[in-house]
Design a protein around this ligand. Structure first.
Ligand code: BES
Ligand code: MN
Ligand code: ZN
Length: 497
């Protein structure tokens, strides 16, 4: 995947600096920022004339491309609204407008005269990091299985003018950080977008190995079905039983911290296609169940970002990868299986398979003596009903961990909302024939799924993100790369970055 290179510079005279596109913020009803003034003079007052015409007033959401002046081949004016109200949300809108306008041009480089704008609720590090992340993520194109892919963004180099106010080293680090997160997001999107006939459990294992190659801090091992059987992972194996694709348990060790540092463990649901199994899903939108490895994709994307950033901590990533298919060898409703923990499960619905692969992965995670375990899963349709697309559902057995994840979600605008894990819900999992059923009835489906998982996470601090609503969009169809930004932010916070 191609990317954009970013750098920060203090530019005293915007007009004398060569660029294919000078991007200038315009605030509604305020004086021009210094760079805008300089470019306006070089352009013989063209910016002020455009404002006088009244078509472009600097309202948020507006943009106007003008012919260049001085060293700039083009002038792109972006409306930023009221200067006193310029906050993170306005900056996100700015970033979006910049991308849309530049995507329509053949400009290969641009200077953003925005690096030092005062944000009401943030600082320049946040702004620079967000700009880089957003431009990289917005430039993602799916190309793998189309003969004539959408034309790529021409933009290759972005300079951000920080007019000398922010420390250059700090500014460049913020840009690099955003760029790494953007690349992690794109990696997650791309894996999730791949069709189920390409992205199988074996393919995910290959991709994990590829990530580990050439990185001395990252080692990758893959547990095959034979090994999983020996470990007693019959719950996980009950899901892959109906498929010709063998399940894989992918384990990645990132060692950026001291050998004695306990690791953070990420566990991803990697169902590369969820047909529902014998409890077959209806046909409408069944294709979207190729996205049922979105949790796994976000774990791999996060590993990508964190190796790129060389964060000084230890992280173990576990991907429970399987395909859920009906066949004469498939698990049937009513079958009872024994999980690695020894607890027995009555499989009342083979479509509630995510929790069946995750519970064994959670038991496996115990051996790493984790600081905290976070699992990420497109787990329930009920989560989509409860929260829609904007928030991931967060569950946790420890308040501090929950707070940290919520904070990371807010900071990265990849937000989560905490849901209850009360004991009251647990009895919905009661079974007459096993220690528990794998479904909890019609009410609170995302909660009872989390309750199921909580029974396998009693030995450590644990959180669960149900990303069924946030991991992909249905119109237009495509993965979002969430919650890579949240997870990376969480780990950066733990690393003190
Ligand atoms: N992968 C699905 C969850 C899902 C459904 C995500 C729709 C996004 C959109 C999961 O494996 C599943 O099928 N869950 C069932 C659970 C039920 C049988 C208790 C569901 O949500 O219907
Ligand atoms: Mn399912
Ligand atoms: Zn599923």
């Amino acid at each position: 995947m191609t990317s954009i290179s970013f750098s920060a510079r203090g530019i005293d005279d915007a007009a004398s600096t060569n660029t294919q596109c000078a991007v200038v913020p315009i605030f509604n009803g305020s004086k021009l920022v210094p760079a805008a003034n300089q470019l306006d003079k070089a352009a013989g007052g063209a910016i002020k004339r455009a404002l006088e015409l009244g078509d472009f007033s600097g309202k948020a959401g507006q943009s106007l491309m003008l012919p260049g002046a001085g060293g700039a081949k083009r002038l792109l004016l972006i409306g930023c609204g009221d200067a006193k109200k310029f906050d993170r949300s306005a900056a996100r809108e700015f970033s979006q407008r910049v991308y849309i306008a530049l995507n329509g041009t053949s400009a290969k480089d641009a200077i953003l005269h925005i690096g030092d704008l005062p944000l009401k609720d943030g600082d320049s590090v946040w702004l620079l990091s967000y700009l880089a992340r957003h431009l990289v993520a917005a430039s993602y194109r799916y190309t793998e299985t189309v003969s004539k892919p959408k034309s790529p963004l021409k933009l290759r180099r972005v300079v951000v003018n920080i007019s000398g106010k922010t420390n250059i080293r700090i500014a460049n680090a913020a840009l690099k950080q955003g760029c790494s997160i953007g690349l992690g997001v794109n990696q997650a999107c791309n894996l999730a977008n791949l069709p189920g006939n390409i992205c199988t459990p074996s393919y995910l294992a290959q991709q994990a190995r590829k990530l580990g190659r050439g990185n001395s801090k990252l080692s990758v091992s893959v547990l095959e079905e034979k090994k999983m059987k020996e470990l007693g992972m019959h719950s996980l194996l009950s899901v892959s039983a109906g498929s010709v694709q063998p399940a894989k348990l992918i384990v990645m060790h990132y060692k950026g911290g001291k050998a004695s540092d306990k690791p953070y463990v990420l566990v991803g649901k990697g169902i590369t296609f969820d047909s529902g199994g014998i409890s077959l899903k209806p046909g409408a939108k069944m294709d979207e169940m190729k996205f049922d490895m979105g949790g796994a994709a976000s774990v791999l994307g996060t590993m990508h970002a964190l190796t790129d950033l060389e964060l000084p901590l230890n992280v173990v990533a576990i991907v429970a990868a399987a395909e859920n298919m009906p066949s004469s060898r498939a698990t049937k409703p009513g079958d009872v299986i024994t999980s690695m923990s020894g607890k027995t499960i009555e499989v009342l619905n083979t479509d509630a398979e995510g929790r069946l692969v995750l519970c064994d992965a959670l038991t496996y995670a115990e051996r790493f003596k984790p600081r905290a375990v976070i699992d990420i899963a497109t787990l329930t349709g009920a989560c989509v009903v409860a929260l829609g697309a904007h928030a991931s559902a967060l569950y946790a057995n420890q308040d501090e961990l929950a707070e940290q994840l919520l904070a990371a979600g807010n900071e990265s605008h990849d937000r989560a909302w905490r849901m209850p894990l009360w004991d009251d819900y647990q009895k919905q999992l009661n079974s007459n024939f096993a220690d528990m059923g794998n479904i909890g009835g019609p009410g609170g489906g995302s909660i009872t799924a989390a309750c199921f998982l909580s029974r396998y996470a009693e030995k450590y601090h644990w959180a669960h993100l149900d990303i069924a609503g946030s991991a992909w969009n249905s119109a237009p169809k495509g993965a979002t790369g969430r919650p890579v930004a949240l997870l990376t932010r969480y780990l950066m916070d733990r690393a003190g970055k």
